[in-house]
Design a protein around this ligand. Sequence first.
Ligand code: T1G
Length: 688
Amino acid sequence: MSDFLGIHRNGDVAVVTIDNPPVNALSFHVREPLMQALVELRDDASVAAIVIACAGRTFVAGADITEFGKPMRQPELRAIVATLETIAKPTVAAIHGTALGGGLELALGCHFRVADAGARLGLPEVKLGLLPGGGGTVRLPRLVGALKALKMIVSGAPIAATEAHEAGLVDAVFEGDLTTHAVNFARELARKGGLFTPVRDRDEGPKETDLAAFDAEAAELARKARGLEAPIACAQSVRNAVMLPFDEALAAERALFVKLVASDQSRAQRHLFFAEREAAKLPGKDIVKRRIARVGVIGAGTMGGGIAMAFANGGYPVTLLETSHEALQRGLATIDKNYSVSVTRGSLTADAKRERLAQFKGSTDYADLADCDLIVEAVFEDMAVKREVFGKLEAVAKPGAILATNTSYLDIDEIAASTSRPQDVLGLHFFSPANVMKLLEIVRADKTAPDALATVVDLARRIGKVAVVVGVCHGFVGNRMLAARGSESEALLLEGATPSQIDKAFTDFGWPMGPFQMGDLAGLDIGWRNRKARGQTAVIADTLCEQGRFGQKTGRGFYLYEAGARTPMPDPEVEALIRDKAAEKGISPRAISAEEIIERTLYPLVNEGAKILEEGIAARASDIDVVWVNGYGFPIGRGGPMFWAGLEGPARIVERLDYWHQRTGKDVFKPAPLLKRMAGAGSWEAGG
Ligand code: T1G
């Protein structure tokens, strides 16, 4: 039929096989022959039933995302599904791997769906700032009910084949040769004959909807959307499926889709989809990776314990080393408690907890690290301590073992130079809590061997982390830019803004929380210790810490917190303190707009990103976006700081940075040459 689609007959059953590696996306070159095949097989009297299957590792994983934003070539998916629903003979989708987005919508166009036991089915369009645009919001509720459909579509999370079977989405689940099962299933239907009802005509699902429960759930989901348009549109479209006749609901879905696909938010989220995949690509082809069978973690504190859990959760046996038995037991007890919390929440079974804990081997003897293929050090952030640990590691680590440090800002070249095997040394900068946060900044030191790097990039994917490779500089990409973003926070307070005003500018922008609330959550004493270590000061934050105000953990920081509560309340004492410090510096307070707050915090963030690109610390602007979205809560609907700069207007950013540079003389505002070029060329790449 075509390079991307084949038809073979199994007696009177025709099997249409899509073959568009790597994920059988419904690109134009698939859609066209598919439409042709369906029309031919519909009208071929010798064909009693049709099976749609896919070659390769997965069923159709959606529409081709690379085609969005371009004129859509006909036939579109909607037309293919509409044609499918004109076929009277039984049609069966044979689903293996994943049926996602347009892939599930194609399957919803069939009378029946059968799945491999390991298959996963979902409509993840919301993660791309979209809603299902091929009828998914109108057909899915007809099979699984409106409430289930709402949850699946607004979360975008796929469900397992067994759950899909229980929900009525899948008609049968098979082990073994799926296509053969599907052909037999289809033949049996054809033999039985009768009328086969397209999903569009199955109205019972929507009819049974408890609208009050539906609206309550939709309202709760809307509350969590934090300014993202797609979740709201998804909920609206599923509600239309309940309230409107099929074709009206379908047309309404289309209108919402057309609006979202052109939105900045969806462009931002599509950018991030590809950016995360680009970030994992290293220069150089076919680098042979080192074998990782066992991982060692040195330090069972907050970071070490979380890192050990991340590897155990990824299926790796872990040797956890501490200096003393007490410290080790404390660390293991915390890990056990963390897993118990997950079991209580229902996100982990008791069996799974037992299996994961069985992965841990505790030790206080460095010799027990001799069989580890990767050893991650997570000890106190002090160069002398780090060098001492790497000195001991040298004596026990086997040849070829990768030696990683979890430092969040120390010079990894200096640590590597303290060993005789710098080619095995790199940074694995996890974010707290390390078993939860997705981002992993992989720090390539000067002498890090390419195979060591490729090994840990691959390993990151295996333990569910989003990896970004960065070079060595103070604070790497994330913390270095965080310092630039925060450099004006104190000045803004002294000049008249309040902590809650600044935090509101950030939450209005789309952040989960602002810098002061974040500081209180993380603990103000951490920043205080770092500043003291580097001889730096922050007059207000230092004073708060001298008063024992470390944030949530002491019930007061920049905000007040009721006992055990996390809700920040403005504290008149802090505002008075700020006024006093301003008076001491002869600064008279003035009104400060949210716009100015964003200019003096996020424009320096972008500017520092440009400097990082100039220095080659990050390989791509999109890598910086992946770091900030996955590690620092930068709003996904904005695409990350570098993508956002394109939306905000690089020329305006340069002009305002210039203004603040003139006015304050501060380097953080001096526009980076690359940013100026980007403003002229229109993109980071073109400006590069
Ligand atoms: N379109 C185009 N390219 C895609 C793609 C897609 N839908 N899915 C994956 N790729 C590319 C990806 O960029 C990478 O390329 C390679 O395939 C392997 O992907 C009308 C509006 C299926 C779970 O959101 O979630 O349907 O980097 O590294 O880890 O309603 O890919 O090698 O050059 O991710 O094994 C809805 C998106 C689309 C699913 C496999 N579908 N894909 O994960 O491989 S919108 C999705 C995934 C839609 C309709 C609407 C994952 C995966 P490269 P990978 P993986």
